[in-house]
Ligand binder design. Sequence first.
Ligand code: NAI
Length: 330
Amino acid sequence: MKIAFFNTKEYDREFFDKYNEEYQFEIEYFKAELNPKTAKLAYGSEAVCAFVNDNLGDETLTELSKLGVKLVLLRCAGFNNCDLGAAKQNGLVIMRVPEYSPFAVAEHAVGLILSLSRKFHKAYNRTRDANFSLEGLMGFDLHAKTVGVIGTGKIGLILIKILNGFGVKVLAYDPYPVQDKKGLDFEYCDLKTLYVSSDIITLQCPLTKDSFHMVNSESINDMKDGVIIINTSRGALINAKDMILGLKNKKVGGLAIDVYEEESEIFFKDMSSKIIEDDTLMRLMSFPNVLVTGHQAFFTDTAMENIAKTTLANAKSFQEQNYSVGGTIV
Ligand code: NAI
């Protein structure tokens, strides 16, 4: 089976080439992202492999289907970029990697919390310039603070397990609470209670119609003064313009984001010598208490290995008409 890989970097090729030795799929790598215009590159391929910010809307999927593509392999967990209805209409099977390393993302979220609470991002730059003064670097103990975790799925529960070690109180909100808390120490509450009571709020839920812009002026207004907000899930969970207002009026005491609503044109690329036209992102990055990582939370060696292995196993199971391996979603 021939697979056209879109939006690939050197590190994707390294891991997929290694694990494809077992499968021997014919792989063609493209740097181009997948969208209605680039879809034609998949000519002659039975499958395409796409990443988080690729365009898998109706137009792209229809184009792929016309070219004879039967399978879309998402090498990521989230599938909010994929029009599942259009996939069904076009007879395309969509497979993803539902779990490759929830530890990677949970640990990154903890790193972001600690960076903001202890200002590591400021200290790193300061000491490199031989400035060892402590003015402006005072942090706060996590111990005895309240952390609100929104979404208690795979990543949320691992995050809670780590947070339990810090001696924080953990509140959680999830429309589908887990029945078995697996010995973890946390309390479920409604969203409003979580907003009102938490010193730190961390988003570990998917982007859906219900969660779109859930962090907005109204919800920020409900939060504690000086609240710290962490988002490693999807950018559009936060209304960035409302967040700027919250940061300006000091209601929000710190923000760390690994994802951004309009990231697709910017993240995963070296923009260091380009003029970035997104004024909202640039304003966000200008605050001293805002930390941005470029959709890096998943990016560990373990995760890359699991992404490659599961994606190729998904392709194999499709080929053998046995979708039970991996994560068929359509
Ligand atoms: P999961 O599917 O195991 O858990 C998601 C949880 O969120 C579920 O328990 C679900 O009931 C809950 N949920 C759904 N709607 C909600 C809402 N409106 N409010 C609160 N909770 C809600 O997913 P997992 O693996 O824990 O991943 C969570 C998210 O993390 C993914 O959807 C993805 O967007 C993001 N992610 C980000 C990565 C990164 O590199 N930054 C890497 C992997 C995932």
